[in-house]
Structures are given as structure tokens and as C-alpha cells.
Design a protein around this ligand. Structure first.
Ligand code: URA
Length: 229
């Protein structure tokens, strides 16, 4: 049970003042009965605003990230959060991305307000599988497959070699890479380490989640169970 005005504010429906006005004006009901008492203790699932159920208590979202959006709350520039409904941008706890993609990377990005889940999925110990598609500036030689798989590829500035990664060459300029870790700019740095340059990067899959059914900029709500086996 939680105070009605507090619940609505933390779900982003407005400031404490705004939701109190909304409640007093008769927009909020429980079992068809209008509630005007802003401090009434309520259960999330029973509350309706103008006949509609509340947004979920906790959110996990997959978004098909377009290029040109940053995975940050405070960078200048276009934030990935601006692609979500405005109300969701005012939730407390905040919705944050699960890991980050570079501004010019497209594809699967998960977001959640569940800090514990976020931590679990980004923990280096967890080894969540990520699949990327790359377009390269120079043709692949074929030798990269063995080196990426070797567990010995060192990236500049890192102390440990990369974990074994599966490189599948589609044609000399296109490949997929499957990783079980997520270092800073990892895919771009792996190709840089073999003298190549990534000119397009798309994440096709994060754990079990893809964006095959979503256009760029679109999102859908998913559940914890959808993410991992
Ligand atoms: N590796 C990169 O270099 N960039 C990304 O956005 C994701 C993985």
C-alpha cells in the first residue's frame, strides 16, 4: 500500500501538486468509485485514471536505437530517453539504459527502472551474450576469426585479453560478432586492433532480445523472463 499522490508522482503522472489537483478533480477511481482523498493508501493494481490502468510499477523496455542518440541522462545532444513517452521520463526511480551503445550504434538497447536487474545484466561476471553486425572500411582477411576466438586479443590500454568471441564473416566487408562481455567501445576497438575500422555497427541481439519486429525508434515492454533462459 502506498499514498495515492506519492504513487502517481513516482510514476511520472505529474508533480505532487499536479497529481493532487487531478485527484481532487475526480480523475482517479478504485473499483469505479472516485477517490478524492490524496493521501489514501492504495494498491497499484486497483487504481485507474480516467478509466485506464496505471503504467506498470516497474518497466523493462527494449528499444530499436536509431543512430544519433546518446545513452546518457545528462550529455548535451539527443538523449535516448526522449524516444520514450514523456510521462516515463519523469518516473522515479529513473529509467536507465542497461549498458550503453555509442551514439552512432543502432539496434537493441534495453532500459529499466529496476536497478538490481540493471546491475545483474551489466555485471562483468554475468557474461550476457550480445550479437553485433558490423560493416568495415577494409576487407577482412579471414585471419581475424581465429584471433577473435583465441581469448588472446589484447586491446590497447586493457590489462586482460578479450574473452573468446565468435566472428562470422558474411562477405569481406560485413560480419557478425558474438561477445560475452561489454567493454568500452569493444567492437570498434577489436577491429581497430586488427587494423580495420568499423563504419557501421548494429546490435542485433542482447541475451534473448532482438528488435526484428521494431522500426528504428520504436520500443516495446518486455519481462524479466524474456531476457534470459
Ligand atoms: N562496441 C562498440 O564499439 N560500440 C558499441 O556501441 C557497442 C559495442
Amino acid at each position: 500500500m502506498e499514498r495515492l499522490d506519492k504513487m502517481l508522482t513516482s510514476l511520472g503522472y505529474g508533480s505532487r501538486k499536479e497529481v493532487q489537483t487531478m485527484i481532487k478533480n475526480g480523475h482517479v477511481s478504485i473499483n469505479g468509485i472516485v477517490i478524492r482523498n490524496v493521501s489514501q493508501k492504495v494498491e497499484h493494481d486497483e487504481v485507474m485514471i480516467d478509466g485506464e490502468k496505471l503504467d506498470p510499477k516497474s518497466l523493462i523496455i527494449v528499444l530499436n536505437k536509431p543512430s544519433g542518440y546518446v545513452c546518457s541522462h545528462d550529455d548535451a545532444g539527443r538523449l535516448i530517453y526522449s524516444l520514450l513517452p514523456l510521462r516515463w521520463q519523469y518516473r522515479n526511480p529513473k529509467i536507465s539504459t542497461i549498458g550503453r551503445l555509442d551514439s552512432d550504434t543502432t539496434g537493441v538497447i534495453l532500459l529499466t527502472d529496476d536497478g538490481k536487474l540493471n546491475h545483474e545484466l551489466t555485471s562483468p561476471k554475468k557474461h550476457v551474450r550480445k550479437l553485433y553486425e558490423v560493416m568495415l572500411a577494409s576487407p577482412l582477411s579471414g585471419n581475424e576469426v581465429e584471433l577473435f576466438a583465441s581469448g588472446e586479443l589484447m586491446l590497447r590500454g586493457d590489462e586482460k585479453p578479450c574473452m573468446s568471441a565468435k566472428l562470422t564473416i558474411l562477405d569481406p566487408y560485413h560480419a557478425t560478432v558474438e561477445l560475452y562481455e561489454g567493454r568500452y567501445h569493444q567492437v570498434k576497438r577489436m577491429f581497430a586492433a586488427v587494423g580495420n575500422k568499423v563504419i557501421k555497427l548494429h546490435r542485433k541481439r542482447f541475451a534473448n532480445i532482438d528488435v526484428d519486429e521494431l522500426k528504428e525508434g520504436e520500443f516495446r515492454i518486455i519481462s524479466k523472463e524474456d531476457i534470459l533462459d
